[in-house]
Design a protein around this ligand. Sequence first.
Ligand code: SF4
Length: 452
Amino acid sequence: MEQPYVYRRRPLVEPDHRRLPGWRDVTDAQWRDVQWQRSHCVKNARQLRSVWGDLVDDRFYADLERDQAERATMSLLIPPQMLNTIVPDGPPGTDAVYADPVRRYMLPVLSDRDPAWPSHPMATRDSLHEQEMWAVEGLTHRYPTKVLAELLPTCPQYCGHCTRMDLVGNSTPQVAKLKFAVKPTDRLDAMIDYLHRTPGVRDVVVSGGDVANLPWPRLESFVARLFEVESVRDIRLASKALMGLPQHWLSDEVRAGMERLSTTARARGVSLAIHTHVNAAQQVTPLVAEATAAMFEAGVRDVRNQGVLLRGTNDSSAALLDLSFALLDGAGIMPYYFYLCDMIPGSEHWRLAVWQAQELQHAIMGYLPGFATPRIVCDVPYVGKRWVHQLDEYDRERGISYWTKNYTTALERSDPAALSRRYEYQDPIHTLPPAGQEWWRAHSTGELAGAR
Ligand code: SF4
């Protein structure tokens, strides 16, 4: 009997950008130039049409425009490098574009959304409550020994399902973004000051947004200041741009700077790593592998992937294994986590139920080396990451899973019930049996309906 998944080593492919009408005359030198990439990002349907032209029907561009006007929580921004991975093996036709796994999350259209339940009634803008846990503005202290430092609110690309939709990116017609109130230099000073005052923290995720949008000297100076904090042992730089804009990480300035930082990290016994975010195998191209190799050459300790499970993008064991093998074999990137998509507004059509994630975790076990088998995790509001099999109880009819926690945050210091309480996560309503869907219809009035 054949195995449920058949492993084959697949060479990475850089799709030829000249297959697209708008880039017919773009040279390889321009393509590799980070400034060219940044200045040719696609930000709206008109610019997308100037790349794809009439290969794609008007109905798609209209669908995209309607989504931006009526539903999108993120504005459009996609660098040529990433756009080029959509329908990689030929000129994009309309049907192929609609079906493409990268298009599904980078260029969402209105017809993708669930018309009955575009949002879960319990969806919220800051669904992980990160702002409530800010120790100082932009520094989320949620776990006992680690913090997340949001250095800036922008990225070189905007993902439709972004968890930090409350803060990251430009406002859309539906979502006025929160703005940091404190000046950037003062915010970063306050973060460093907090870390000096809080020696229990040993691990700092330097994020945003995406650190690739911070001018290099400012990022280097912030990381250098982290090295001065005696308790900090792990530093991870979060950048989807390692995949979306590898040209940034291949630039001379960044390579030389990473070499300086890695040398200091080694001398101080600190582990400096890069965390990226790739959701589909076709996004792992030779340029991504080259940028990753450049980072290893510069001396970073590891490059790891934190993908998001998304319906229509990677919701099969074959898609997850293809992606994991492309990362591991092709680029030396460690497949580390896949998150369930968080409960932000407009995400219902992307989300999977916890039981589906459990089935996927089961189906991908045993093919990859154990150290490179990604864990599928649910980021439970007020709790944090839990492996999907760790739930305490599960009401499958209403799609409510119950979780517990084993540490407190600053929010719960004076709450004696924090460690015995159960915290909830909700499955997408379209995955529920009719009785469960009916229950949510009956209970989605008043306050709850406001989130729809
Ligand atoms: S790169 Fe990360 S922070 Fe930026 S839009 Fe995508 S998911 Fe959000």
